[in-house]
Design a protein. Structure first.
Length: 402
């Protein structure tokens, strides 16, 4: 079931250990499920309970520690030897008396790592304050260090196989966006459009199936387009609505996000005015992408374009993207914004989202791209403009306009 050759996992592990050594970390406790997947292959919906991949700098294999009923999943989805898969009993789950970190600390002491320099991913969704306190309590002779984003930065440059998976995710994103737009019409509810988008994301294409995305399809409508992270309601689309669809195709946990804005019928004057500005800025940024430039350089191109029209954008322009699990498809490393000095390198991948949100309307037209040797490659091929949808629908069964 491994999506990559074992040699690729070992190369990832080697680079991770090199970064550990640079930070003075001997034992790395990985709790971000994307990082666990990246280093071991482990892939299951088990991240709602405590689980961990332990990287020991002088050991050849990581150690997976997780819930007993998930151990078989680790056996079939990872490259680890069976003795390196260690389950904890179910009485540790959601208990006010026992905590999984107590079990993990005991194992680390048992195998001789209770007094070492231990790195933990301090700022991620899956490592709680209580987990940290329990580790410190039961590994009282260890020296803890913040290893936040250590593995994330190993992930920032993709292998050719990862890029191929993202190309497939891009094809799924195209199909899902097309299906979503087809369902933005006056005889449909917002939830119907979302359901059709989800179907296409999971169904994928005829050549390959899809996976669940780390973020639900976002579908703000009407004045709600001023708020980019709203999903859907059971309201029916109305003539004159503007609708933003932001989604991602997902393949082998690799994401390619895509956003487009739709007008149900003729667009209002605000969208007519703002669309060419967004498209112009998006195109100019993509044309400026080259290895050696920084993320801040890309943002400066966008900012210069907006300034010509008297517009300012407070939020970042984009971010590194790829392998992930809920609740986010971003990698939490490089951001396309002023002051980010990350140097672009071939096979870095970004979601470029020049969204603009005002008091009662908004617009999003985005692309996901990879940095190439000379420029960039976008993962999707979809009209880069405002989509104007006929407000009426054609009933194929009786051939009538409804």
């Amino acid at each position: 079931m491994l999506p990559f050759d074992i040699l690729e996992y070992q190369n990832r592990l080697s680079e991770t250990k090199q970064r550990m050594a640079e930070r003075g970390i001997e034992v790395l406790l990985v709790t971000d499920p994307a990082n666990i997947n990246y280093l071991s292959g482990y892939d299951a919906w088990s991240f709602y309970v405590h689980q961990m991949l332990v990287i020991v700098i002088d050991e050849p294999q990581p150690i997976w520690i997780g819930r007993n009923q998930d151990a078989n999943g680790a056996k079939v989805t990872t490259w680890l030897s069976e003795e390196n898969i260690i389950p904890y009993p179910d009485y540790y789950i959601h208990s006010t008396i026992n905590h999984p970190m107590e079990f993990i600390a005991g194992k680390l002491k048992q195998i001789g790592h209770g007094k070492r320099y231990v790195g933990v991913e301090m700022d991620n969704y899956y490592f709680s304050a209580k987990a940290y306190e329990q580790l410190k309590k039961h590994l009282c002779y260890a020296t803890f260090k913040d290893a936040g984003l250590l593995v994330n930065y190993v992930r920032i440059v993709k292998s050719d196989q990862e890029i191929e998976y993202m190309r497939r995710a891009g094809k799924i994103a195209e199909a899902a966006m097309k299906r979503g737009i087809e369902n933005v019409r006056t005889d449909k509810r917002e939830c119907d459009a979302a359901a059709n988008i989800y179907y296409q994301i999971v169904s994928g294409t005829e050549q390959f199936g899809g996976d669940y995305p780390a973020i639900a399809p976002l579908l703000p409508t009407g004045e709600n387009t001023s708020s980019p992270h709203l999903t859907w309601t059971d309201r029916s689309f109305q003539h004159g609505d503007s609708v933003i669809i932001e989604l991602a195709g997902c393949y082998k946990r690799y994401h390619v996000p895509l956003a487009r804005t739709i007008s149900v019928g003729a667009p209002n004057k605000e969208l007519k005015r703002i669309t060419p500005i967004v498209v112009e800025g998006l195109n100019e940024v993509l044309e400026s992408v080259k290895p050696g430039k920084t993320c801040g350089d890309l943002e400066a191109v966008w900012r210069k374009c907006l300034q010509k029209h008297g517009i300012e954008k407070e939020s970042r322009l984009g971010y590194s993207v790829g392998l992930n699990y809920p609740p986010d498809w971003g990698e939490h490393t490089a951001s396309i914004r002023d002051g980010d000095h990350t140097i672009l390198r071939p096979n870095m991948t970004f979601h470029l989202i020049p969204g603009l949100w005002f008091d009662n309307y908004g617009i999003e037209i985005s692309e996901t791209f990879r940095v190439t040797e000379k420029g960039c490659e976008t993962f999707t091929n979809f009209p880069r403009d405002l989509i104007v949808q006929d407000p009426f629908s054609f009933n194929k069964q009786d051939g009538k306009i409804s």
